[in-house]
Design a binder for this molecule. Structure first.
Ligand SMILES: Nc1ncnc2c1ncn2[C@@H]1O[C@H](COP(=O)(O)OP(=O)(O)OP(=O)(O)O)[C@@H](O)[C@H]1O
Ligand SMILES: CC(C)(CO)[C@@H](O)C(=O)[O-]
Ligand code: BAL
Length: 290
């Protein structure tokens, strides 16, 4: 089943996307996968453009994955606009949009899931306990359905990138994982589908996340190695904005995702902040190498 909203096909079934990819593989073409939850913006666009540079064909999945949302999270209100997404995928050089329904992706009596321990319990995992299990399960399914040569993930969701790399290593997926840089608004706010939830006042306050991280990065670049000092400096900037409610600011090891006292190895400096009801994340890798 495939419907023509624009010149690129929009495919809704697993059989149809498999058929398309198998035909490409018969022709010896390489395939990139960009997993998304839709409501696409320039962050997603950069992933698709990179995938189109590296591969002959690019599958963009557009699926708001119900099993990665907790019961009190925003599954129902998550923004959706398939028509706009299709146009963006086409402009960015994608070959097909894969937009299954939840019923197509999940059998009603599904009993198999991927669970990962330790690294999914840190950072966002503390307040989103079911999140990474749901992400790993859907990404593993997408990997099996699309069988891409390469898959593209944004560094904005840095813990997700570390988790997916680990899953690929642990379960021997023969897929190269490419981490892509964070795309930002002119005022520094990381682009995110959830930015649309912000009120005018919250949107005006939101660049404080990036300003706070830049303060931390400057300290690290000027030789500061104490996590405590850097975290305190980041928190001070966040606290200067009355609308912020900080969930965490942490500096973690890239392998264990466990907090480290000093920046003596490559680290991820990550934060999650609530502005009203909207939860935003941002980060930087130090050194910026992943
Ligand atoms: N600003 C960005 N720069 C680079 N990559 C991004 C950016 N925003 C999202 N991505 C990446 O796009 C992929 C799909 O993400 P998703 O569809 O959840 O978008 P999102 O804007 O992050 O949404 P949300 O608001 O739910 O966090 C992920 O790999 C994510 O890291
Ligand atoms: C990787 C992903 C598409 C899985 O649903 C999602 O977590 C996201 O959009 O980052
Ligand atoms: N980009 C992460 C998807 C989520 O927050 O559910």
């Amino acid at each position: 089943m495939s419907e023509q909203l624009s010149p690129i096909p929009v495919v809704h079934t697993i059989d149809a996307i498999r058929e398309l990819v198998q035909e490409w593989k018969r022709q010896g073409l390489s395939v990139g996968l960009v997993p998304t939850m839709g409501y696409l913006h320039e962050g997603h666009q950069s992933l698709i453009e990179r995938a189109a540079q590296d591969n002959d064909r690019v599958v963009v999945s557009d699926f708001v994955n119900p099993i990665q949302f907790g019961p009190s999270e925003d599954l129902e209100s998550y923004p959706r606009d398939l028509q706009r997404d299709t146009a963006l995928v086409e402009r960015a050089g994608g070959s097909v949009l894969f937009n299954p329904t939840p019923a197509e992706m999940y059998f009603p009596n599904r009993t198999t899931a991927i669970t990962m321990s330790t690294i999914t319990e840190e950072l966002c995992g503390k307040t989103r306990p079911v999140h990474f299990g749901g992400v790993c399960t859907v990404v593993a399914k997408l990997f099996n359905i699309v069988t891409p040569d390469r898959a593209y993930f944004g560094k904005k969701d840095a813990q997700q990138l570390l988790v997916i790399r680990r899953m690929v290593r642990d379960l021997n997926f023969n897929i190269e994982i490419i981490g892509c840089p964070i795309i930002r608004e002119a005022d520094g706010l990381a682009k995110s589908s959830r930015n649309t939830y912000l009120t005018e006042a919250e949107r005006a306050a939101a660049p404080v996340l990036h300003r706070a991280l830049e303060r931390g990065r400057m300290l690290a670049e000027s030789g500061e190695r104490s996590s405590e000092v850097i975290i305190a400096a980041i928190r001070e900037v966040l606290d200067s904005e009355p609308l912020t409610d900080t969930e965490y600011v942490e500096i973690v090891d890239l392998e264990t995702v466990h907090p480290v006292p000093t920046l003596d190895q490559p680290v991820l400096v990550a934060l999650a902040v609530r502005l009203g009801t909207t939860r935003l994340i941002d980060n930087f890798f130090f050194p910026d190498e992943l």
